[in-house]
Write a protein of this length. Sequence first.
Lengths: 206, 380
Amino acid sequence: MRKRIPVLAALAAILVLTAACAEPPEETVLQAEQDLQGARDAEAATYAAEELRDARLALEEAQQEIQAQNERFAIMRDYEEAEKKLAGSMDKARLARETAVERKEEARQAAVESLEFARQAIEEANTALAEAPRGKGTKADISALTADLDGVRSQVPALEAQIDEEDYFAARDKAASMTESAQAIAEEIKAAVEIEARILAKRRNR
Amino acid sequence: MRGHRRALLILAATLVLFAALLIPRDTPPSPEALRSPLRRLVQEAPPGTPRPVLDENVGMVSHLQQQATIAVSRQSRRLPLLRGYTEARRLLATAAAAADEALQAMATQQASARQEAMTRIALAQEALLNARVVGARVHLQPAGRQALIQQEIALEEAQRNLTRGDYDAAIRKAGQVLSGSRREQENAARTLARLRDQTTVALWRRWVDQTVAWSRRQSSTALVVDKAGHRLLLYDSGRLLTTFDIDLGLDPIPDKLHEGDNATPEGRYHVSQVRDGDNTRYHRAFLLDYPNDEDWVRFKQARGEGRFPSETQIGGLIEIHGYGGRGDDWTNGCVALTNPEMDFLDGWVKKGTPVTIVGALPMAPGDGLSGPAAGASSPH
């Protein structure tokens, strides 16, 4: 029995020392910060704002927990809760990054699709212009609408540049506006052609 | 025995005292409460808040919240009886107040940005509309039309930015539209300015007076075309008989300079040929003797100045013809009336009838140009 007492005392001392030596999880904090930066670099602020917000909040809370533990007696410090929060932050940061990458690709595809729609609308208006009879009755309208369509077409390089610069939301907005304008021009061409047809009919009946 | 009892008493007293020291005097804020200010700030921040603004507020609230957490931690070092969390609660309340204030400030800032974006878009819309109105008066040429349609696209983009909550982009786009539209409006206004140039207007007035005087002296018919007023005036024996609405060339404000400019010439001309039946595609037509000597002088001077390619011709075939009445300028430089009006004029106009075309015809006292003269009637 007497022999056991020093052993127990030594074990207790080791336990105390171990507890006293609990260190703040600095490496994990660094890793969590890197993960958060990774999410930001993947433009999570634009494409996965909520996920990024959650990751950031978890990291802030983990850092506060670490600070709170640092203020305690060394022997009393326990970073387990902080570690949990850091792990949560890293998970959320990864989710934010993955979501951002996924949504950015979706936005890119949507922007490219919008560009195609815009091109198609311009092409359709252009075909309508080419097929419109160039009588004196439609000449003014056709000439004006050609200028309008040139104006829409002149925006295509700017739209392509927005896609190249990965400004997908702005690109989609521009493409949608261009499509609407081109479609409106096509409608006007149709109206001008109808007027010309009426004039021609009137002449034939003369 | 007595000593033993005393020892027991001392032990009991010590235990009671120790137990008393372990009874907490105060309770700390809950972990949830300690996390609340920052959570509220981050979760309730208005969407679209610029990141630097949000970061600054998060930093501030996080710091205060951390101070409260540290204050709680510090108390844990003390004996429970001695622990007090007043300072922690005060710091937590400060953090909560800071979060509230920041949220309110961000909401106000966002509302203000939204309002500014809406105001700018409204201004841009107005400027674009004005440019369109003034542009319609000068019958915008291709470059002007292209510029305006680009502004229209930009305006739609600004509206989409606004809907998406991207107020900075909306403000930027609307600003572009505003300046672009104003530029186009100024360009159009410059074109219109020639209609107010006193020397030119006086010259036009003189031409008209001379034409009317000639009509009076010769007891004959004369036509006056007022381009800005889009009307043709029929005079006989110096008397205004009637006026007609007309359509002009695609570029209705400037004077004609060369072939293909789609402008209607200004000057004193004569009908060189009356065409009808199969001789014209426009129901009935009065061919004018454009270009006259003055037109040639201006044309040669402009060519000498390199204002157009040297191979450009002066043009011709300027007529007053039918199929007009569209309320729009669509000819290559001719003057168009409705077919019945051309039929009416045919009774008055013959080869040699003077036709004076002016950019604008300012009203003069006793002009009687506000409408058809009393007693004007068809010659048929």
